[in-house]
Design a protein around this ligand. Structure first.
Ligand SMILES: Cc1ncc(COP(=O)(O)O)c(C=O)c1O
Length: 396
């Protein structure tokens, strides 16, 4: 997101439609649990081609509720990727289970299904697969693998809303999928998330748990019958306040209505980057499977293997000095201080993840990025890489 830079890393696409939806909702007097939530859920379920969608206040909350609804508990193990945003494995810790990391495929940056199969033990109670940067490669293989071993696939689709693979929408491969709508995502609610599933029991459990463990359809507190049994003050299970407000949902509804337009603009920016950077030595471009329609979340390039993490970090710093917003998506989860302390991980545990993560550069990426800004980003990148190569040559 914008750090006050001339060309920010990301920027939400908000038009009069979003503003109007939010203002109308504010005027309606109904600010929680209302028609906007219902509409937003219906729009997301339609897009993910799932029977149910449950709106929650963030992607992280969605993963937490999804794992709870699947009955994942202390002592269980969940196989997941170390190359992701930290929330994907933190959610496993929230339910008291153990994240078991498996290294990634260096081309797709997603979990390597062969290594996942080798890591399955009787303690494995789920696989939490992430569509890294929105890329759904291997999700079908992971779903088949999970089916074979009779364990659920939790699809962390927080980075991939709107994409498809072999004609199937992202979010529909797992027993449940989770989307996120933070402002750097394809579409945003400000903060928000959505659980999608075809399983009515899971959807109902998530609906209850997001609303303090109330029955799925508690009587509205504004209704005279609200003190009746089964009403607002009845709590059937341990629940949370993970509700999405009507204001956030209204923003989500408007963004969903513009989803195709937004994805097309993002696709246009990605194509421009691709053609502009195609011939550049020292850079590895994102690979997209021909059977995938990408919903571009970020545009991440990788430096070639002669560059170290220090080289990359100096390139990032140089670009930022030139007011270009860039980031190192993502440092490996197992090397985060908390995970190293808690689980004793160290450098070298997941070599592919580490080698990829130390050379990534996320470039500015949003719908309004103009051609000349893309040119400027690429030129700055080129100059910074050349400067860094000069230091590599001098020291060798
Ligand atoms: C892969 C992944 N999982 C989970 C999340 C968490 O989503 P949120 O920030 O909405 O809690 C994110 C958000 O960036 C993510 O990228």
């Amino acid at each position: 997101m914008s750090n006050g830079q001339d060309i920010p890393l990301s920027r939400p696409d908000i038009t009069a439609l979003e503003i109007d939806h939010v203002v109308q909702t504010l005027k309606s007097g109904r600010l929680s649990i209302g028609p906007m939530q219902e509409q937003f859920e219906a729009l997301v379920a339609a897009r993910a081609d799932t029977r149910y969608a449950v709106a929650v206040s963030s992607g992280t909350c969605g993963l937490h509720l999804g794992l709870l609804a699947l009955g994942i508990k202390p002592g269980d193990e969940v196989i997941t990727t170390p190359f992701s945003f930290i929330a994907s494995s933190n959610a496993i810790l929230y339910v008291g289970a153990k994240p078991v990391f498996v290294d990634i495929n260096p081309r797709t940056l997603n979990l390597d299904p062969n290594q996942v199969e080798e890591a399955i033990t009787p303690r494995t109670k789920a696989v939490l697969g992430v569509e890294a940067f929105g890329n759904p490669s291997h999700m079908i293989e992971l779903a088949n693998l999970c089916q074979k071993h009779e364990i659920p696939l939790v699809e962390d689709s927080c980075e991939g809303f709107g994409g498809t693979h072999r004609g199937r929408p992202i979010g529909s491969f797992g027993r449940l999928g989770v989307f996120a709508f933070y402002p750097n995502k394809q579409i945003t609610c400000g903060e928000g998330g959505m659980i999608v599933t075809d399983d009515e029991r899971l959807a109902d459990l998530c609906r209850s748990m997001r609303n303090q463990g109330r029955p799925v359809d508690p009587t509205d507190p504004a209704e005279p019958a609200w003190q009746a049994p089964g009403s607002w003050l009845m709590h059937e299970r341990l629940g949370y306040n993970y509700r999405l407000s009507e204001i956030h949902a209204a923003l989500g509804v408007a963004q969903c209505k513009r989803l195709d337009e937004i994805l097309e603009l993002r696709n246009g920016v990605a194509s421009k980057y691709m053609s502009r950077l195609m011939g550049m030595p020292d850079i590895i471009l994102p690979t997209v499977d021909p059977e995938t329609t990408m919903s571009w979340f970020v545009f991440v390039v990788r430096l070639s293997s002669e560059f170290s993490a220090e080289n990359r970090d100096r390139i990032l710093a140089g670009m930022r000095r030139h007011e270009v917003g860039v980031s190192n998506y993502f440092p490996p989860i197992h090397l985060q201080p908390f995970y190293m302390r808690q689980f004793g991980y160290s450098d070298g545990d997941f070599p592919i993840t580490e080698s990829v993560a130390q050379r990534t550069i996320a470039l500015p990426f949003h719908t309004r990025l103009r051609e000349r800004e893309i040119d400027l980003v690429c030129q700055t990148l080129e100059v910074m890489i050349q400067r860094e190569k000069f230091t590599i040559d001098r020291s060798s």
